[in-house]
Design a protein around this ligand. Structure first.
Ligand code: MN
Ligand code: MN
Length: 403
C-alpha cells in the first residue's frame, strides 16, 4: 500500500507550491530592503558591498554555492625588495584556480627579475611601461627582445629567462603559470644555485680559478637593481648564436582584432604566437552595456584578469547552480573547464579583460551558435520559444554583443 494516494500527492504538491509562492513573496520584500546597504542593520562593510553588489543582492536566477570566484591582486600579500615587488594569486588564496596561478610584478627602471627558470610555463601580459627580456632554448639559441605595454611573452616549461625594467619608468606585468599551486617564491635562481655548489666544482665547470666566485651573493637576488642595458642590438651582438626559431615575445596589439558592434577580441595562441604551445589567451574589450556572450570553453579552465572597467559574470555549474560575481581592475576571476558564463560590462567606460587558458589552442562554444545551427524545431521544443526566434539567430559567432 502506498503511503500517499495520487490525490494526496497532488494536494501536497499544491500546498508546497503555495508555500513556495508565499515564501518568495516574503523574500521579495526583504530583498527590496536589502538593496539599500544602509538598511543592513548588523555589522557590515559598505566598501566591500559597493564592490560586490551582486553578492549583496544576487539576481534571483542565482542558486547554490560555487565557491569563491574572484580574488583581487589588490588584496594579495606583496613581497618587496629594495628594487621592486610582486604579489601572487595561487590556490593558497584562491582555491578554485587549480590549473593556473598569477603574479603581478613591478620592476622600476633598471630593476631586474633575476635569471631563473621554473617547472610551469610562463605566459605574460605587459600592463605598463617597457622591459627587456632574455632567454635561451635547449639548443643554446639566444633570445633578447624589448617589450612594451600590450605585448605578450611566453617561456616554455624549464626555459631560463630574465626581465629588466627599462626607461622611462620601468614596467608592470602579469604572469600566468600553468599550475595553480606554483609560487613565484619557488623558482630556480642562478645566484641560489651557484651559492650552493662547491667552489671547486664551479671552477672546474667553467674552467676558471675558484677565486672568481669569491663574491657570489650570500642571499638570492630575486629582484635587484642593475645598470640599465645598452641598445638591444648591442645585447644581441654579444652572442653569435642564432635566435630561437619562434620568438618568445608577441606584439598582441598589432594583431587585427575580431570586431563586433560593441567590442573586440584579440586571440593569441599557437596558431599566431607559435612559441606559446601550451597556453593561449584572448584580450577582450566590451563597450558600455555590451556583453561577452554566453559561452564555455571545451578544453580549458579560464583565468581572467580585469584591466579596466567593471563587469559581472554569472558562472553556471550544472545542477541548477549559478553564482554572479562582480569585477573591477586588478581582480582575478576563474572559470573551470566547460562551465557556462557571460561577462557583462556594468559601467559607463570600456571594459578590458584577459582570458588566459592552459591549452595551446583557443576554443569556445557559443550558446547562440549552438542553438542557431541545430534544427530549429528541436531547439524551440526544448525551450518553449517561438521557432522563428531560433531561425533568426546569427549562424556565425558574435563574441561580444551590444546592449
Ligand atoms: Mn619566470
Ligand atoms: Mn570565457
Amino acid at each position: 500500500m502506498p503511503l500517499y494516494s495520487r490525490r494526496t500527492l497532488l494536494s501536497t504538491g499544491a500546498a508546497a507550491g503555495g508555500l513556495l509562492v508565499a515564501a518568495s513573496q516574503t523574500y521579495a520584500g526583504t530583498y527590496d530592503n536589502v538593496r539599500d546597504a544602509s538598511q543592513t542593520p548588523g555589522p557590515h562593510d559598505p566598501r566591500e558591498e559597493a564592490l560586490n553588489p551582486d553578492e549583496l543582492n544576487p539576481p534571483p536566477t542565482d542558486h547554490g554555492n560555487l565557491g569563491t570566484l574572484k580574488y583581487s591582486f589588490s588584496e594579495a600579500h606583496n613581497r618587496h625588495t629594495d628594487a621592486g615587488w610582486a604579489r601572487e594569486v595561487t590556490v593558497r588564496n584562491f582555491p578554485i584556480s587549480k590549473e593556473m596561478a598569477g603574479v603581478d610584478m613591478r620592476l622600476p627602471k633598471g630593476a631586474v627579475r633575476e635569471l631563473h627558470w621554473h617547472k610551469p610555463a610562463e605566459w605574460a601580459f605587459m600592463t605598463y611601461g617597457n622591459a627587456r627580456i632574455t632567454g635561451i632554448d635547449a639548443q643554446a639559441r639566444k633570445f633578447v627582445n624589448d617589450v612594451k605595454a600590450g605585448d605578450l611573452w611566453f617561456f616554455p616549461s624549464g626555459i631560463p629567462h630574465s626581465i629588466q625594467g627599462l626607461g622611462p619608468d620601468g614596467c608592470e606585468f602579469v604572469l600566468v603559470f600553468n599550475d595553480g599551486n606554483f609560487s613565484e617564491d619557488s623558482t630556480f635562481l642562478i645566484s641560489d644555485w651557484m651559492r650552493h655548489t662547491p667552489p671547486e666544482v664551479l671552477a672546474k665547470n667553467f674552467g676558471v680559478p675558484a677565486s672568481a666566485f669569491a663574491n657570489i651573493p650570500k642571499k638570492d637576488l630575486w629582484i635587484f637593481n642593475a645598470p640599465l642595458p645598452g641598445s638591444l642590438a648591442d645585447d644581441l651582438a654579444q652572442s653569435s648564436q642564432p635566435m630561437v626559431p619562434d620568438s618568445y615575445s608577441f606584439p598582441l596589439m598589432d594583431q587585427p582584432p575580431i570586431k563586433t558592434k560593441s567590442g573586440t577580441v584579440r586571440i593569441a595562441d599557437k596558431n599566431n604566437f607559435k612559441a606559446s604551445n601550451v597556453m593561449s589567451a584572448a584580450l577582450v574589450e566590451v563597450q558600455p552595456g555590451g556583453l561577452r556572450e554566453l559561452h564555455w570553453h571545451p578544453t580549458s579552465d579560464e583565468w581572467q584578469y580585469y584591466i579596466e572597467g567593471t563587469a559581472r559574470m554569472t558562472l553556471f555549474g550544472s545542477e541548477g547552480r549559478a553564482n554572479t560575481v562582480d569585477f573591477a581592475a586588478s581582480d582575478v576571476g576563474y572559470v573551470p573547464r566547460a562551465m557556462g558564463h557571460y561577462i557583462e560590462n556594468t559601467g559607463n567606460d570600456v571594459l578590458r579583460f584577459l582570458e588566459v587558458f592552459h591549452v595551446g589552442e583557443y576554443a569556445d562554444v557559443s550558446l547562440t551558435s549552438w542553438m542557431a545551427n541545430s534544427p530549429n524545431e528541436l531547439v524551440a521544443a526544448h525551450l518553449n520559444i517561438d521557432e522563428r526566434i531560433v531561425r533568426n539567430l546569427p549562424r556565425t559567432k558574435t563574441p561580444v554583443v551590444p546592449a
